[in-house]
Design a protein around this ligand. Structure first.
Ligand code: UDP
Ligand code: MG
Length: 310
């Protein structure tokens, strides 16, 4: 019998997790009698009763495996740990808050089975229930990153996807520390089909992503999958050199023709401000990449496990 590994990263999901388990079991009993399931719950350093709930579920159901981190490492690390632990022929990544409808799973499985895809991803076509400002910046981010990166990032794509073991192995072979999964999924290639669905709101609990956290995640995505910002710095530098060269010629000619009227101090100050601003900005961009490289060469572990049941 084939097996699907269901990886669920959980950070303070004591309210949502029991509901999630109930729902996914329902789907298992209805649509997946011919297939084995394996649940891998990853507790990402929750401070509430999430781990207790995982332990309770695993004592009742031997399909349930859990991994508990020594602190909060972030969703990317949790997904990676889950992928490494998965033993199924197919692997899916889901959120604990039921924003990734388990009812789509059968359709996803059939698509891989019958249509020869390696992966079926899901895409939200609406962002209903999300703060408008968040949707606005999300849209800008996807426009930007798709211009800057060769790796295609699909707007509204969720981490919720079903993939073959082969694709999963390709993803865990990338052991980088700064993980931006949306990019990694796309980077490994394979044939992905997208299923669209309307946004579903969280069943219980609260979102763990503040605006600031999302902003940092966006920067992560850009630095991990594009070096265009670095090129930008040199391009601006080059343009400024050209402009100043032209200005020098203009000033020399003007001085020769009109003499030397001492004027232009305010404009000079403005120019100094602007150019030094651009220099600092460019150094900042280089610094971003340097910082990422620094973290990468240290080869720190992506996650640290405190306990697990397998
Ligand atoms: N999550 C996690 N570690 C974190 C933040 C979030 O494992 O540091 C999990 C969280 O428990 C949930 C999933 O990632 O299962 C998605 O988080 P959330 O629903 O808060 O994000 P949103 O759906 O609002 O983008
Ligand atoms: Mg959510």
């Amino acid at each position: 019998m084939e097996k699907i590994s269901i990886i669920v990263s959980c950070y303070n999901e004591e309210q949502a997790l029991p509901l999630f388990y109930k729902e996914i079991e329902k789907v298992k009993n209805q649509d997946f009698q011919d297939i084995d399931f394996e649940y891998i719950f990853v507790n990402d350093g929750s401070s509430d009763k999430t781990l207790e709930i995982m332990k309770e579920l695993s004592s009742k159901d031997d399909k349930v495996k859990y991994i508990s981190f020594s602190k909060n490492f972030g969703k990317e690390s949790a997904m990676y740990a889950g992928l490494e632990a998965a033993t199924g022929d197919y692997v899916t990544l889901m959120d604990a808050d039921l924003q990734d409808p388990p009812s789509l799973l059968r359709q996803m499985y059939d698509t891989i089975k019958n249509e020869g895809y390696d992966c079926v991803g899901t895409r939200r076509v609406t962002r209903k229930g999300e703060p408008p400002i968040r949707s606005f910046f999300a849209r800008i981010f996807y426009k930007l990153i798709n211009k800057m990166s060769k790796v295609e990032m699909v707007d509204g794509a969720r981490d919720y996807r079903l993939m073959t073991k082969q694709m999963k192995d390709a993803i865990i072979s990338m052991k980088e520390y700064n993980r931006y999964s949306k990019g990694l999924f796309s980077f490994v290639g394979f044939n992905t089909k997208w299923i669209e669905y309307e946004n579903v709101e969280r069943v219980a609990g609260e979102t763990k992503w503040s605006f600031w956290k999302l902003f940092k995640y966006a920067i992560e995505g850009i630095t991990a999958f594009s070096t265009v910002p670095l090129v930008l710095a040199s391009a601006i530098g080059l343009i400024f050199c050209l402009i100043s060269f032209l200005l020098i010629i203009v000033i020399i000619i003007r001085t020769l023709v009109l003499g030397d009227p001492t004027s232009g101090w305010p404009s000079l100050v403005c120019i100094i401000f602007m150019v030094s601003g651009i220099q600092l900005f460019s150094i900042g961009i280089i610094g971003q990449y340097l910082a990422k490289t620094y973290l990468e060469v240290k080869k720190r572990p992506i996650y640290i496990i405190k306990e697990k049941n397998f």
